[in-house]
Each structure stands twice: as C-alpha cells, then as structure tokens.
Design a protein around this ligand. Structure first.
Ligand SMILES: Cc1cc2nc3c(=O)[nH]c(=O)nc-3n(C[C@H](O)[C@H](O)[C@H](O)COP(=O)(O)OP(=O)(O)OC[C@H]3O[C@@H](n4cnc5c(N)ncnc54)[C@H](O)[C@@H]3O)c2cc1C
Length: 397
C-alpha cells in the first residue's frame, strides 16, 4: 500500500506502551512515523495490557523520582489532548520494616526531589487508613501525595490515537524479523516475517520481552534482559466494606516491602475487588509461558492478605488472575540507548523496564523522540540506562 512505501523519518517497532508513546511523541514533532506491531494492537501477550498500573514517585534510586514527576505531568497533558481520563490520582503508601533499605533510601530520594513525604509508625498507618492496613510490629509507613492508577490498555490506545491524530501510520500483525542499514543510502531497512520491507532514516526498538532475541539477530549482542512471567491477582473485598477501598474514600496505591513484596491499587476497575499481586515471578520465554499462577507464591500472598488488610479482604483465593510479563535487567535499570555498531545513532533501543516502566511511558517516549530527532535528550540521567554498563559488569549499575 502506498502509505507504507514512503521513506519514513522513524519506524517504531513494538506497539506496547513504550512504542505507542514514542510514536505519538515523534509524530507530534512532525516526524513521519510508522509504528509496527507483531500481533493485534492492544493484544494481551506482552507487558502493557490490562486494567491498571500504579504510578508513584517513591524510588530508592533518585533519578527515577524526577522521571515519575515529569511523567505525571505528561500523563495529564496527554489526557487533556485526547479528552478522556486514563490517570486517577490518589496518595501512595509504602510500608515495611523500619530498617528496610528500600524505605530509608526512598525517603531520602523523595527529600532530594522535594517530594513531600510523611513517615508514620505502625499505629499511625492503621489510623490514617482507618484500619484497612495493619502493618506488623516494627514496621513503618511513608505516605506521598504522588500516587495513582493508570488504566493500562486504555492508555496504550490513547497514545495510538494521539499518534494517528498527529499523522503516524500504524500497522499491526507485522512481525519484524531483521533490521539492516543500507550502506549505499544510509537508510534503515526493516524486514518482516511476511517478506515486506519498510524504510526509514531512524528506528526505535521497543519490543518488551522480545528485546534480547531481536537485538541478538540485528546487532549480534546479547542484552541481559530476562522475560519473567507475572500474575496480577484481584481479591474480593468482604461484603459491606467495598466502598472503603476506593480512591474517593482515600484509599492509596501501596507497596508492602516485606517478604514477599506485594503491592496494590484501590478498587476501581472491578467494583468490589482489589488488585494485590506479588512483585515476582518465574523466568520464561515469551512464546513458552505457563499462563498460570505459581502455587507456592499464592500461599504466601494469601497469608499476607489475611494479616495486612484488617480482615476486610477475603484471603481464600484470587477471583481474577491475569498473566503478564516483566523484562528484567540485572540491576532493574532500564535500557535506553543507541544500538551502535553499523547503526551508530540511527537505531535506538528502549527496553528492560523491569516491572516498573508503565508509569514512565510518557517520559520514555519524550526522551526516545528527542534522541532520534537530535541525538540528545535533557532531563533524564541516561548514563544509568546505557548498554555499555553490561560490558564493564554483567550485573550492570
Ligand atoms: C502484572 C504487571 C504489573 C505491572 N505493574 C506496573 C506498575 O504498577 N507500574 C509500572 O510503572 N509498571 C508496571 N508494570 C511494568 C510495565 O507494564 C512495563 O514496564 C511496560 O508495560 C513495558 O512496556 P513495553 O512497551 O516495553 O513492552 P510490551 O508492552 O511488551 O510491548 C512490546 C511490544 O512489542 C511487540 N513486538 C515484540 N517483538 C516484535 C517484533 N519482532 N516485531 C513487531 N512487534 C514486536 C510485542 O508484541 C509487544 O506488543 C507491570 C507489568 C506487569 C506484567
């Protein structure tokens, strides 16, 4: 088709939240953009589908705090442009043992970034949230105003729509199998499973759990990005208590930094249910997944739910389980860098979001667009996200 046969300024490969946000950002800068996706748009086989993701600014590594603050602003700008809501604000609670390294460093990071933070002892946490959280003996809580829920699939659809409105061309069911640089023209040529070819001046690779495989083919290097299968669980709130767990009634997004590390969002997408998953899963390959919940993890989660939520959540078992994937680097820092080699600065990879990327999609899209447009991007500490960190030390930063 004619519209695909042009020389694009940028081809973005992979239409999860990162690719869709990037395509929107490149298109709105006037760059002729093509976004390619191997499956149907908004499919449930990657990392960006589902009802909700948490946005919070509490991080041990303080360079993520400022990214989260910028993202929060950019989510609101995108909402204003599209005219509907994907971002529902509330406060955020982190709790854990008083000597928890996460809590101590997250408090310091918030202070460095001028994020108001209140540190509460265990009885103050109980009182502040009217008995809905019951931290164990010796635990503390930290509360920040920058929490919230992002409607995941709806947000990806929003970026794709905004991209199209800005002139991007979108094509799904198009699996990219190789990318080459045409040495005579200097153009990037993208090859697909169906023997199609697309041409551009630059490309951005945002292929989530498929990153290691595609980069190995294209560039011959093995990035240490491990796909991990994760389950999101929804639990039933006991009869008569459903309203207490809503944003309207002050319920926060939260992380509980014990063993296991659990997190959750207020009751929003399924009335009467609350999302409480464990922040861990088993290594997988994207095409070899169990799609099932590991039984031993569920046992420890059940116990946590029985003990931590004032007896108001039914801990017998989750009523909805949704499977998803993280793409985890050894240091849990992202990879946002030029591919180098024959591609130099004409191909950029953005992956390895390690289970904490969704909230940052607007800023990642902004940075990726600036990098392909001008070679530099301000406002984000890109040195932490370089590929070269693994050359010096396989464990990264
Ligand atoms: C259960 C769960 C809960 C999470 N909770 C949070 C949270 O609370 N807060 C937060 O910030 N983050 C959270 N995350 C992490 C966040 O969702 C991810 O970091 C983010 O979605 C990663 O997006 P992505 O675009 O990199 O990957 P993906 O969404 O997987 O997108 C990559 C896309 O590339 C496509 N693709 C792959 N290979 C090719 C190819 N060769 N050709 C064409 N297309 C290709 C794939 O089909 C896919 O659509 C969570 C993740 C999970 C799984």
């Amino acid at each position: 088709m004619e519209k695909y046969n042009q020389l694009f300024d940028v081809i973005v490969i992979g239409a999860g939240v990162m690719g869709s946000s990037t395509a929107y950002q490149t298109a709105r800068r006037g760059l002729k953009t093509l976004l390619l996706e191997q499956f149907d748009f908004l499919h449930p086989r990657g990392s960006s589908h589902g009802e909700s993701r948490t946005i919070r600014a509490t991080y041990k590594k303080d360079y993520y705090c400022s990214m989260a603050l910028e993202s929060s602003r950019l989510w609101e700008e995108a909402e204003a442009e599209i005219g509907y809501k994907v971002y529902f604000k509330t406060s955020h609670l982190d709790m854990g043992p008083s000597d928890s390294e996460f809590l101590q460093e997250a408090i310091a990071s918030c202070q460095t970034n001028s994020i108001p933070v209140r540190v509460l002892d265990r009885s103050e946490v109980f009182e502040e949230f009217s008995g809905k959280f019951q931290p164990p003996e010796g635990w503390i809580g930290m509360v920040t105003p920058q929490g919230g829920v992002i409607k995941a699939t709806k947000a990806v659809a929003m970026f794709q729509t905004l991209g199209v409105q800005s002139g991007a061309v979108l094509k799904d069911n198009t699996e990219v199998v190789d990318i080459k640089k045409d040495q005579s023209t200097g153009e990037i040529v993208v090859f697909t499973r169906a023997d199609e070819k697309f041409r551009a001046k630059k490309c951005v690779i945002t292929v989530g759990a498929w990153t290691r495989r595609l980069i190995k083919t294209v560039r011959g290097i093995t990035l240490p990005i491990q796909p991990v299968e994760i389950a999101a669980y929804y639990w039933k709130i006991k009869n008569g208590h459903e309203d207490k767990f809503t944003i309207e009634n002050g319920f926060p997004t939260f992380g509980s930094h014990g063993d296991p590390h659990i997190y959750g969002t207020p009751s929003l997408e399924f009335p009467g249910l609350i999302k409480i998953p464990i922040d861990e899963g088993g290594a997988c390959e994207p095409e070899e997944r169990t799609w099932a919940a590991p039984p031993d993890m569920l046992d420890s989660l059940r116990e946590c739910i029985r003990e931590r939520f004032g007896g108001l959540v039914d801990s017998n078992g989750p009523v909805i389980t949704q499977s998803c994937m993280y793409s985890v680097t050894p240091d849990k820092d992202y990879v946002i860098d030029f591919l180098g080699g024959e591609f130099g600065e004409d191909a950029l990879v953005a992956g390895g979001f390690s289970g904490h990327g969704f909230k940052m999609a607007p800023v990642v899209g902004r940075v990726a667009a600036e990098l392909v447009a001008s070679g530099t991007a301000e406002g984000v500490a890109l040195t932490h996200f370089r590929i070269a960190r693994f050359e010096k030390n396989l464990r990264g930063n």
